[in-house]
Design a protein around this ligand. Structure first.
Ligand code: AMP
Length: 300
């Protein structure tokens, strides 16, 4: 696996691969790779001839009070892991390569960026859309793979690809979890032992709401209240949001309709660490005796 730091070199490599009819997949990451990231690389490898993993901790998506400076970094280990997972290139530009002096352009995706994460991190999705657009223009991929772990981010990128005519096929890869259900995240290293144990309640809250939906719950208020109730079992957890929405629009009707695909979204602080997670499900069209029957199709 080759490490590339310059945008012009990355573009030249990609254009050359296209000459030989090779398809290129991009897997954008902020590094400190864990098995969740690696599963995206493996997923991408099945979809394209060549996989470019990108590693860039993007200052534009962090507010001044957030964890840009202390965000975990380990480039040596990341390149080893990316290579072992089948990545062909690691695109690792420096901050000045991405945002040289005088840099003034940003990409703002309206509407889908505004609720949930957008409410609590107002500049976040503009930073994400801007850096992803730049990474797309550097890597020139045919395919992009993003994780369901950051579901709203996936919707924002989906919208941007369509609105800005990027000739890229977008794929959503499933969330990898620890044995107790906690979604893998680079930020999990911030958790102390006690916090780590209590973080499993996020998954329990998602599963409880999913079961309630399978058993007939359709009112948004009731579904949301169920997640809040589970999370509040641990008084040290601070909830930013625990809410349900229509999966592909993030609309928030009073009541979902049979057949609606629904996303359950949670963002909480455990101590000083902010964690997000989500789950996709569907409002049953006919109530069945076996709730699990409704949980099988969890993609949109
Ligand atoms: P990040 O490095 O946190 O910006 O994440 C890079 C990519 O990995 C994003 O598309 C994430 O959604 C995805 N990702 C993060 N955590 C997981 C996970 N536990 N399982 C699968 N994909 C993940």
């Amino acid at each position: 696996m080759k490490i590339i730091e310059k945008i012009s070199e990355m573009q030249a490599i990609s254009l050359n691969l296209k000459k030989y009819n090779k398809t290129v997949a991009i897997v954008p990451t902020m590094g400190f790779l864990h098995s969740g990231h690696l599963s995206l690389i493996e997923y991408a490898k099945q979809k394209a001839d060549v996989v470019v993993t990108t590693l860039f901790v993007n200052p534009k998506q962090f507010a001044p009070h957030e964890d840009f400076d202390k965000y975990p970094r380990n480039i040596e280990n990341d390149s080893k892991l990316a290579q072992e997972s089948g990545s062909d290139f690691l695109f690792h530009p420096g901050i000045l390569e991405m945002y040289p002096k005088g840099y003034s352009t940003s990409v703002k995706v309206e509407s889908i960026s505004q609720p949930f994460e957008g409410d609590f991190r107002p500049h976040f999705f503009e930073g994400v859309a801007t850096v992803v657009a730049k990474l797309f223009n550097a890597v020139l991929p045919d395919i992009a793979v993003f994780g369901q772990k950051d579901y709203q981010q996936y919707l924002v990128i989906y919208r941007m690809i369509r609105d800005m005519n990027f000739p890229i096929n977008l794929f959503l890869a499933p969330t990898l979890r620890e044995a107790d259900g906690l979604a893998m995240s680079s930020r999990n290293v911030y958790l102390n032992r006690e916090e780590r144990d209590s973080a499993a309640i996020i998954f329990v809250a998602l599963e409880n709401a999913k079961t309630a939906i399978a058993m007939g719950a359709r009112e948004r208020k009731i579904i949301n209240a169920m997640m809040h109730k589970t999370l509040r079992e641990n008084p040290s957890i601070r909830i930013d949001y625990a809410a349900s929405a229509v999966a592909d629009t993030l609309d928030t009707p009073d009541e979902f309709l049979p057949g609606d695909k629904v996303v359950l979204l949670i963002a909480v602080y455990i101590g000083k660490t902010r964690l997000i997670d989500n789950s996709l499900t569907q409002i049953p069209t006919v109530l069945d005796k076996d709730p699990a029957a409704f949980l099988e199709d969890s993609t949109i």
